[in-house]
Design a protein around this ligand. Structure first.
Ligand SMILES: [Zn+2]
Length: 167
């Protein structure tokens, strides 16, 4: 059987049920706006770190540069992002995944999502997965994960395996 991601770092994404519940709750809470955050991993643990989406502020200040509002885009608050990166380093909790939601849209990895996750065609965090949550009217419709694949030199879907206990 062909694996989804034969030469990428991440074949499948194992996530704890509680982690999935937390990011789903976040997506519902922020509806109709996109939510965003980062999942860190520790010894048999996962840590969901909610980040503020400042897209609406940027859109209000500078609509020519930030043409979309937070219903169709997200911009992680740089302070929130920095504190998660700091925690990742100081507590030795690697970044497992970035996540964001698509309100009233499907859980595809958009051109903008690819742009955000790469620099000059290379993945910024090749060891991290990117989770997209589709939420319609505060109801979760789908959750998909994507990871960089060296063989295909692009992001491919990595199936999510829900674990009730992390080992
Ligand atoms: Zn997206």
């Amino acid at each position: 059987m062909r694996k989804a991601n034969p030469l990428g770092v991440i074949d499948v994404l194992e996530l704890h049920r509680e982690t999935l519940n937390q990011i789903h709750d976040h997506a519902k809470r922020e509806f109709p706006y996109e939510c965003c955050g980062i999942i860190l991993s520790g010894a048999n643990q996962e840590f969901v770190r909610v980040c503020r989406n400042i897209q609406n502020q940027r859109h209000a200040e500078d609509p020519e540069t930030y043409t979309r509002d937070a219903r169709k885009a997200y911009l992680m608050d740089p302070n929130d992002q920095m504190s998660v990166y700091k925690e990742s380093e100081t507590e030795n909790r690697p970044i497992k995944a970035f996540y964001h939601s698509h309100p009233d849209h499907d859980a595809y990895f958009s051109d903008k999502d690819i742009e955000d996750a790469t620099a000059w065609g290379e993945p910024t965090y090749p060891n991290a997965a990117y989770i997209v949550i589709s939420v319609y009217n505060r109801v979760i419709k789908a959750t998909r994960a994507y990871a960089w694949c060296d063989a295909e030199t692009e992001f491919v879907e990595a199936p999510i395996i829900v674990k009730h206990r992390l080992e």
